[in-house]
Design a protein around this ligand. Sequence first.
Ligand code: EPZ
Length: 416
Amino acid sequence: MDKLKITGGRALEGEVRVSGAKNAALPIMCAALLSAKPLALTNVPRLRDVSTMAKLLAQMGVTVNRQEAKTVLHAKEITEPTAAYELVKTMRASVLVLGPLLARCGEAKVSLPGGCAIGARPVDQHVKGLQAMGATISIEHGYMQASASRLRGARIVMDLVTVTGTENLMMAAALAEGETLLENAAREPEVVDLARCLIAMGAKIEGAGSDQIRIRGVPSLGGAEHRVMPDRIETGTYLAAAAAAGGKIRLTGTAPESLDATLDKLREAGARIEIHGSSIDLEIARRPGAVSVRTAPYPAFATDMQAQFMALACVADGTALITETIFENRFMHAIELQRLGADIRLEGNTAVVKGVERLQGAAVMATDLRASAGLVIAGLVAEGQTVIDRIYHLDRGYEALEGKLTALGARVERIK
Ligand code: EPZ
């Protein structure tokens, strides 16, 4: 398995362009299932999860034509409305085919995703919403067997805020008979980007970005062209890296308005941040100050930025409280950060992080995508070499990571 070797202790300087958002591209690729016409996407990131989704859709009969700047998905006919365990187990987001398949084909067989390193991650809200729209769903041999003659609109109050749950139900409702009202819906920018794409395909959607989304179903959807939004978590990761390592960087092609909570916390840590259109400049000339964060659904502080801010807190001046309220097991990186000499005490869903003057390079293990991003940041700051094992986790969500870090002056090397 590939490893990443980082020689730390150098400030970051320079400019890089952020990629399209993984967590927008994945649901938007599934939206292609809703129409017999082609969906042309630009700004689709080159990531392992995107390739997995392309493979999954191709198995269903979707033609996926990936060119340099454009990816064209065409679900002229869906020959096999099935998402097999082999692929679903590698990427939970595969569950996003359930709503579109049911809406378009009236049937779907989708493997239950099962848990992952950060939590049990059930899909009961997805199932509950589709059942409210008239679907019959049973669990057989680890698969959700779903059928519906035609989905019908419903008022669905979700018990908790779920991003892919909202996306799955929004896509299903786009072709349902009548009107659907999603209450307690997720407000994430990726939900809004999906809604924008669906509306371009002819869907009738209001309120995306608020906690109440109204969808009036239509008999069919057309094709469309859509540019996937910039990745706000990739953006936040590079900004947090610069705040921890010191230096001055510019990120281009970003969506600053989708990063408010992260930018506020970086300013609180002492970073000077300037926004010029879709570019973000960050400069910090001194040791960052300790900032406490509490994760919660958008627009609050993102759980996908938690590990990166824990790494920042490890070298900050003072003590920070990092509280995780979304996933029950998202502190795996804390143990690995302690191997680099971090002072972290875990108390329930809060990590008490006392900043230290310096971290020391060591061998560490990546456990999930964002945990690995936190370890990369710590490695950039630590004295000597840090070697991160299992970096396949990083390849799932960060496009050309080594190239971008090297462009910012970091010393990183992939060990095959
Ligand atoms: C999305 O996952 C993102 N993934 C995650 O990013 C992100 O961490 C998460 O939202 C929260 O922001 C994609 O968009 C592909 P949830 P999702 O459903 O939709 C519980 C990354 O690093 N829940 O909003 O799966 C669930 O267990 C990934 O890029 C239920 O109980 O997350 C969790 O505790 C990691 N029942 C909470 O809700 C359900 O039916 C929020 O999960 C659904 C969710």
